[in-house]
Design a protein around this ligand. Structure first.
Ligand code: IVH
Length: 641
């Protein structure tokens, strides 16, 4: 990507600050934001914009009663590499401890000499925060009284992931933003409704010699704490690995590991910079990001007719889940990224948040992405308005596509994919075509609202179970108008294999009893139209034919009527009933005892009787039985011979 000038970086950083702090709608991840800031710091260390960046804790514009912190609430220095961690640790002696870094909102709690909670305050700009005392009283885990004081306790207010799941529809992109809003409510009862939680991680004003001692003290006060572990100096990474592994089990978001010098005496010696204490550092999780290759861009038509580019990437693991598709949001953004096929891209997923294609690492040599002139779904012309691409035929377009997907899932009887989920998958650009169901990855599914890992795993399991599809089901699932249950069954029985069905001509089809020329034409044309889909599906599924091929077909066995059951009714003109039965058996077929669902053919002579009615009834219920005239029976024998 083109290197940005310092001025461009300044404008961009200011814009993202506003999006984050004023509008509460961040467009980029913290990681990406940090990268912009780092670049600006290198290019223009004295930029005034660097001084405008509020501390991480200043989530929302402060509006309530101000509280000056006795000790500033600083932010944490960050690193993304093990070497930086080692450099940092070399500056002091003694043990190290580590805790998971909670992605919530920092809070200060003051307890008086009698151990009563007298103040709760947000971090604000680090110097001055906002009084939220009444609200913190509503948070479970923050005791109104502790056994001694005075003391100041610091920690993180957060929203558990299970609570966030219930609240997602409020439009917040992550639990932290929602928690930040919840603690600022004017009515404390509202705060209560948000079911916030709290973890303590620091104690001020009580003499403790070590961090471990502080945590013991917090526990004695019955204050929930994050887990704290000792870190061996010769394997500092082990603490990171430990908390990374635990991350998935936690019902809260963590975005790294906080390392600290255990000895308070060392902490005092190291002191602070203007931003952060020197005795602590956050090693941020980076499993959330990964580089991969952009293979292609598909275009997904939304409910409103916007056509969104969807990046198809080599599957990459982000936060433990494989991701293969990524929304590129809009045409403008896609162009801004300068994507080409084969571009090396950086993908990022912050816990629980939709994966994003963050940036292009290397442009690549592949073809540029062509913006479609026609809607990929209904072929109507497209139009570009500002950053967006639209289908000009909004009404007719999306519904047809979604209906086709619904039909497919119903036909193959794949559980768990209700109409709502299918529409969601379609709108998210995850499933545009029935074959896409089979390439879904867990990470793709986790993008969706109300999708947990258990459900995602179950859905993938259900899809995987459908990798063998009986021929008649496969044919029906293609959504060709005249190829419904009955005709699909007949085709499957008659032609036995998918190859056989695909070779069939209109004439051959219309020769079959119950298939007229109109149906035959539609079926043959439909199969041709669906050639692309069939090929795509065959990459994922095996179509199971119906036993041996029909008599006379390629690959037919020496016993052409093998496995088929026959029954005769009425009097035959060309042979006696006994001769007919002998013929059946000589060609490998079997005689049936009556009109049952096992019966394949009912051959009718003159004055056939009630058996025909019975067979027709079975047919109308989707039974496989076919009624043959004597002439058709003769034709079959000729073919079999
Ligand atoms: S120690 C200088 N431990 O992360 C403050 N902070 O980005 C040292 N945070 O302001 C605090 N989890 O709000 C510490 N286990 C943890 C934490 C943690 C989350 C927050 C805290 C801090 C911010 C810095």
């Amino acid at each position: 990507m083109k290197k940005k000038s310092a001025e461009q970086l300044e404008t961009e950083i200011r814009r993202h600050n506003e999006l984050y702090f004023q509008k509460h709608q961040p467009e980029i991840s913290d990681y990406e934001f940090d990268r912009l800031v780092e670049r600006l710091r290198t290019l223009k260390p004295d930029s005034p914009v660097l001084r405008e960046i509020p501390s991480d804790g200043a989530r929302l514009k402060e509006s309530g009663i101000k509280v000056r912190h006795v000790t500033p609430m600083l932010s944490l220095d960050k690193c993304y590499q093990e070497e930086d961690l080692q450099d940092w640790a070399e500056k002091f002696s003694g043990d190290l401890v580590a805790t998971p870094k909670i992605d919530g909102c920092a809070v200060e709690l003051r307890y008086d000499g009698a151990g009563r909670l007298i103040l709760g305050a947000t971090r604000g700009d680090g110097m001055v925060g906002e009084d939220i005392t009444l609200n913190v009283r509503m948070i479970e885990g923050i005791p109104a009284k502790i056994s001694s004081g005075p003391v100041e306790i610091r920690g993180e207010i957060y929203m558990s992931l299970s609570v966030f799941q219930k609240r997602k529809e409020e439009g917040f992109s992550n639990p932290r933003n929602l928690a930040a809003g919840a603690i600022k409510q004017k009515d404390p009862n509202k705060t209560k409704e948000y079911e916030l939680s709290f973890f303590g991680y620091d104690v001020l004003g009580v003499a403790c010699a070590t961090e471990l001692e502080k945590f013991r003290q917090l526990k004695a006060w019955k204050i929930p704490t994050v887990e704290i572990i000792e870190v061996p100096r010769d394997d500092m990474k082990s603490a990171y690995d430990y908390f990374l592994k635990k991350r998935e089990q936690h019902d809260y978001e963590t975005d790294g590991v906080v390392y600290k010098a255990n000895l308070v005496s060392e902490q005092q010696r190291l002191n602070f910079t203007a931003h952060h204490p020197r005795y602590a550092i956050a090693y941020k999780f980076q499993g959330d990001s990964g580089e991969t290759i952009l293979k292609d861009v598909e275009w997904s038509v939304s409910r409103t007719g916007t056509i969104t580019p969807v990046g198809i990437v080599e599957p990459v693991e982000l936060s433990g889940a494989m991701v293969s598709r990524v929304s590129l949001h809009n045409l403008g953004l896609m162009k801004q990224l300068g994507l080409r096929r084969g571009s090396k891209v950086l993908m990022m997923r912050r816990g629980g948040v939709i994966p994003k294609l963050e940036s292009v690492v290397r442009a690549g040599e592949g073809a540029a992405i062509v913006v479609p002139a026609h809607c990929p779904s209904c072929e109507a012309p497209t139009e570009v308005r500002e950053d967006f691409l639209y289908c000009t035929n909004t009404k007719g377009c999306r519904r047809t596509q979604v209906a086709e997907l619904e039909h497919f899932i119903k036909a193959i009887e794949c559980d768990g994919f209700g109409d709502k989920l299918i529409a969601q998958l379609y709108d998210a650009g995850l499933v545009q075509d029935p074959a896409d169901f089979f390439s879904l990855q867990q990470g793709d599914l986790l993008e969706l609202d109300r999708m947990g890992e258990t459900l995602a795993a179950k859905l993938l399991h259900n899809v995987a179970e459908k990798k063998k599809i009986p021929l008649d089901v496969f044919l029906r699932a293609l959504a060709i108008r005249e190829l419904a249950k009955h005709t699909s069954k007949i085709l499957a029985q008659e032609f036995r294999t998918l190859e056989g069905v695909l070779r069939v001509t209109e004439e051959e089809l219309s020769a079959i009893h119950t298939i007229g020329p109109v149906i035959a034409k539609e079926v043959v044309e439909g199969l041709k139209r669906k050639k692309g889909l069939i090929e795509r599906l065959l990459k994922h599924v095996a179509v199971v034919g119906v036993g041996s091929p029909r008599p006379g077909a390629e690959g037919a066995e020496t016993a052409p009527l093998q496995g088929r059951k026959f029954l005769f009714t009425g009097s035959l003109e060309t042979m006696t009933r006994g001769e007919a039965e002998k013929k059946v058996e000589a060609l490998g077929g079997e005689m049936a005892s009556g009109v049952t669902k096992d019966l394949d053919y009912l051959v009718t002579g003159a004055e056939p009787g009630s058996k025909v009615e019975k067979a027709k009834k079975l047919q109308s219920k989707g039974g496989k039985v076919r009624v043959l005239s004597e002439a058709e029976w003769q034709k079959m024998l000729k073919l079999a011979d």
